[in-house]
Design a protein. Structure first.
Length: 135
């Protein structure tokens, strides 16, 4: 064993997510812990009593990362829903949602002669298909 090594000791177990936890972050004062999960939720925990006092559920897919800014006034989260969201840490209100540009965003393929396979490839990349499209 390396010099100075100590076995980890479990202090508290926080339970509440219904899927894997992918990211955690402590506030700089260590009083708040934030967890992000594949259940699409961000949970805000009081470290002293191990209770969840807020659930942020604005993401529509799994949350991969959560992080505080340096002065703990903002929380940022990223998700498989292809957004980054920022939250006010005094009210836990959503402040901003940043969406990634898709390769074919704003490309309207209505009426364009494409195979179904081509349409199925372009649609997830952001291409739009109007209602009058016959394919």
């Amino acid at each position: 064993m390396p010099l100075g090594y100590r076995e980890p000791v479990e202090i508290k177990t926080l339970q509440g997510h219904s899927n894997s936890v992918t990211s955690v972050a402590f506030s700089s004062d260590s009083k708040t812990l934030v967890s992000g999960s594949l259940d699409r939720q961000i949970r805000i925990w009081n470290v002293d009593n191990a209770e969840c006092h807020e659930i942020l559920d604005e993401h529509t897919d799994g949350v991969w990362r959560v992080a505080f800014n340096l002065d703990n006034t903002l929380l940022a989260s990223s998700s498989d829903d292809e957004t980054i969201k920022t939250w006010d840490t005094t009210t836990w209100e959503l402040l901003n949602t940043f969406e990634s540009d898709k390769l074919c965003a704003r490309m309207n393929i209505t009426g364009v002669a494409l195979t179904n396979a081509q349409r199925d490839t372009l649609a997830p990349l952001g291409a739009t298909i109007g209602k009058d499209d016959n394919a």
